[in-house]
Ligand binder design. Sequence first.
Ligand code: MG
Length: 302
Amino acid sequence: MERRDFFKSGVLGAAGLALASAPLAALSSCTKKPRYNTELKLSFQEGTAIGETLEEKFDYMESLGIVGFEPGGQRLVNDFDKIQNALQGRNIKVSAICAGFKGFILAEDSQKELFDTTMREIVAAAGAIGSTGVIMVPAFNGQQPCLPHTQATRDYLCEELAKLGEFALENNTSIILEPLNRRECFYLRLVADAAAICRDTNCKGVKCMGDFWHMQEETSDYAAFMAAGKEYLQHVHIASRGCRAMPGEDGEEDNYVEGFRALNELGYDKYVSFECGCIGNKAEAVPAAVALLRDQWALAQK
Ligand code: MG
């Protein structure tokens, strides 16, 4: 197609013509990003909170203003009533559910059926407790026998995810695809790729997330979250960026401001959940990490 025909034929042509004739003041107002007073909703996995029992952990989380709890899938299924009771009357809700299923979705053998059964059991429990979704990875590097990394496999993945996503929707929750770094999951490394898979499933029950630790794969935290957008971004994991400890334990490296800026501009209203270890004294490192993230969130809102 000739360039002139291309501009005549499409929306891009109309937009281009409008831009060409727009006054300068209107153009500069187009570039201004909307401001949100988005709340930072922090969540802990069970191992992050200090305390022996669930009650002690939730008391500790409440003392720090933590509003989300991310249990593992098996823990949720096994101790559903216990978790539900311990959350009664608290300002803490279950955020996402961290995996916990057996098998994997791209397995070539009976591990696929095992995945289907155990994943659906976790999804049903996740919906019943009001969780945003269940986190999953299509296949870790070491999982075998695995379907080859081909176009046909990607099509199959989208079809299978769509079925699972429909089941999640029926249960008022979602499936959350988590991209990892190349050492753990070569198959899915980028938030934008996970979002593209969500789009191609054409199912509103299939979502994705970003994990600041694995986002070492990204060229830009900001661009990664913006590519997923509010439509697909359902959860965020956070850790220090050098050795996956408490945010702040890797010093200057632990800068989340650009990622937080994207979350603010999107009006992201889900959770930022700790998935990390701790190098130092937890009693000091955990409150310091929470304070650091709140400071950086405030910086991102400026
Ligand atoms: Mg993670």
